[in-house]
Ligand binder design. Structure first.
Ligand code: FMN
Length: 324
């Protein structure tokens, strides 16, 4: 499937598009790429945008589709549909805590009912003959390790191949640090690999989490959105402690503007560009002003012009050296 050393691109709504995955690949790629979450119901209705959500590029053999939904039969049917497509696996989202998702009985709401979550896992397993089945989840509604552990062991008994833990409870945002000690403790109890996820932002943070918590792979989200070269940086730095990576930010921005229309429908271009640049701007010393202008952009073309004008007006901002 993948090694314990695997680097995995996280599912991020409106961000983990094939355009971001291709940018990651341009720099050398990662071991497994997720899609953003895909609604089971919309997929089954063959909505107008579903073809874009399930585009497996740029490395279909390393792609995991992430499903989100609240209904076991629909989820199983969606998995059956994806089973026939290129790809490495299908993941089910039991971690999303966005209020509209939880209200609909999806995302982390699955963690309220271990028995029903098991029935879902069993139904998905039945449909996935050639693809991996995985679940991405949080600690749960409460900080209760025993509950989490029993929940995950139940999923493993139903044939889930691996689990990704983002060790925060439902109500926690990014302010509080992820509980990586839970990755170590849960990983030691499970008969299947446990991927750790949360707050990996530097080489030192990555190396320390690998060493200290022994995860069965590490998933990275926001740092890869800020820096699609982050996986490549980690791998090179691992070999050479003195390694620093000089990145041409303007070239990355241009490449993103070229890729996005290739992989996304016209209706999505503005919002996807705004979402990506909200993270990318963190590379720029005075990125906040740019971020505000981007968010006020009225169209994809306007967002593009704002970004390109910025680099014309601030030639000194063009290069960044990734050191940490
Ligand atoms: C903008 C954004 C969108 C996200 N969308 C999803 C999603 O679709 N499915 C999911 O399981 N998690 C989603 N997440 C959570 C991430 O996959 C990940 O668990 C979280 O960001 C912690 O990892 P990080 O610290 O490396 O970013 C999202 C996170 C962000 C920031």
């Amino acid at each position: 499937m993948f090694s314990r050393d695997a680097l995995i691109l996280a599912p991020m709504a409106a961000l983990t598009t094939p355009a971001l995955r291709q940018l990651v690949k341009d720099f050398g790629g990662c071991d497994v790429y997720f899609t953003e979450m895909i609604s089971c119901a919309a997929l089954l209705q063959r909505g107008p945008y579903e073809g874009f959500y399930i585009n497996p590029e740029p490395e279909p053999e390393r792609l995991v589709y992430q499903l989100v939904g609240s209904d076991i039969e629909k989820a199983a049917a969606a998995a059956g549909f994806l089973e026939e497509r290129p790809g490495l696996g299908v993941d089910f989202n039991m971690g999303c805590s966005a209020p509209e998702i939880v209200r609909a009985g999806a995302g982390v709401a699955w963690m309220k009912d271990p028995g029903r979550a098991r029935r879902l896992a069993a139904a998905l397993r039945k449909r996935l003959k050639t693809k991996t089945l995985s679940v991405k989840l949080r600690v749960g509604y409460e900080d209760d390790f025993g509950y989490l552990s029993a929940f995950c062991r139940g999923l493993a008994e139903e044939g889930v191949d691996f689990i990704t833990l983002h060790p925060r409870i439902k109500k926690e945002k990014f302010g509080r640090l992820a509980r990586w000690d839970y990755v170590a403790a849960l990983g030691a109890e499970l008969p299947i690999p446990l991927v750790g996820n949360g707050d990996v932002k530097t080489f030192v943070g990555w190396a320390l989490k690998k060493e200290r918590y022994n995860p069965g792979g590490i998933m990275i989200g926001r740092a890869a959105a800020r820096a699609p070269w982050f996986f490549a940086f980690l791998r090179r730095r691992e070999k050479d402690p003195a390694f620093q990576m000089r990145v041409d930010l303007q070239a990355v921005a241009l490449r993103f503007f070229e890729l996005l229309p290739r992989f996304q429908p016209a209706d999505f271009l503005k919002s996807r560009a705004q979402r990506f640049f909200s993270w990318f701007c963190q590379n720029l010393a005075f990125g906040h002003g740019l971020f505000v202008s981007i968010n006020n952009g009225k169209s994809f073309e306007a967002v593009k012009k704002t970004v390109l004008d910025y680099f014309t007006q601030h030639p000194d901002a063009r290069y960044k050296t990734e050191k940490n």
